[in-house]
Design a protein around this ligand. Structure first.
Ligand SMILES: [Zn+2]
Length: 301
């Protein structure tokens, strides 16, 4: 029998936290950084996944280095300082691009001088910051292990940030001997983007694809747009070697993208298994993919 104190501790470990660390990370090259809130992995030359395993989103931001400057594709939860981590990885200027502006991807935006934004009302509204979504992220069953020392629960909000420049589909950033290009992928949100590094065969997909249930239930989600965006990404699959999503596990095979496109089309045609999840939502599972949709599902035939 466990001592009472240990039993209590065991009970408080959230379900999602139990299978961590995920075995896929064993094959990746870990890069030591000073802040235990983050885990950093070098996933390709000059390309770092910055993972936050102690919070249920398991969000992953990416630092992409050129010879002149760097892009950080998302800035995570804002629970600990991501700019302190990027400064340990590069001395070059770092500009922010967000895969979209849900709170779990923009938490560190305010720590950076230059933040690019898509020219949408959704982006402008989120750039004002907010409290409710941030507070929900630190409920006891959302945290695995310890919050950073000195973290102030009551003060935790998504901080507002200034959009330095509006960007658009096809916008290219020259990082010095390396170029990344925006692929607009509206659907999950109106301002969702992917980022492609064509020369190195890398495609960063944000929340349009990651290897876990894909959230498509919020009012800002547009299912028709999502299907069109996934179809666009699927067409890029033959040109890329690695797909890098924004949650759970950073590296996937590009072959997943055409399968994802088929899966969401099948689910919208009423195929697959449906299981209620929380209030007004359901998980639709089809051939290894899972989608969390509003119930009754929007746009189902
Ligand atoms: Zn999102």
């Amino acid at each position: 029998m466990l001592p009472a104190s240990l039993a209590a501790q065991t009970r408080t470990i959230p379900e999602w936290c139990k299978p961590l660390p995920r075995p896929e990370y064993k094959a990746l090259m870990r890069v030591p950084v000073s802040d235990p809130w983050f885990e950093v992995y070098k996933v390709a030359p000059g390309t770092f996944a910055i993972y936050e395993p102690h919070q249920a989103e398991e969000v992953i931001s990416y630092l992409i280095l050129g010879t002149k400057q760097a892009v950080i594709f998302d800035t995570g939860m804002g629970i600990s300082s991501i700019s302190r981590v990027t400064r340990q990885l590069t001395a070059k200027p770092v500009v922010v691009l967000n895969s979209h502006t849900h709170n779990d991807h923009v938490g560190g935006n305010s720590e950076f001088m230059f933040v690019y934004g898509m020219d949408t009302d959704f982006t402008r509204k989120n750039a004002l910051g907010s409290r409710a979504d941030a507070q929900a992220e630190i409920a006891p069953d959302e945290i695995c292990g310890n919050l950073p020392p000195g973290f102030n629960r009551k003060m935790y909000v998504t901080k507002k940030w200034k959009i330095s420049r509006f960007v658009h589909d096809g916008f290219k950033i020259n990082l010095g001997a390396r170029t990344v290009e925006i692929i607009a992928t509206p659907g999950h949100t109106p301002d969702s983007i992917g980022l492609i590094d064509r020369a190195n065969g890398l495609l960063f997909t944000g929340d349009t694809y990651y290897p876990a249930p894909i959230w498509l239930y919020r009012p800002e989600t547009d299912m028709d747009a999502y299907v069109a965006s996934v179809t666009r990404l699927a067409a890029l699959a033959p040109q890329v070697q690695m797909v890098l999503g924004a949650h759970n596990i950073p590296v996937a095979d590009p072959g997943v993208l055409p399968k994802l496109a088929d899966a969401i089309v099948a689910v919208r045609a009423g195929k697959g298994e449906v299981k209620a999840e929380g209030t007004g939502k359901a998980i639709h599972a089809f051939q290894g993919f899972k989608f969390l949709l509003a119930e009754p599902a929007k746009g189902l035939d």
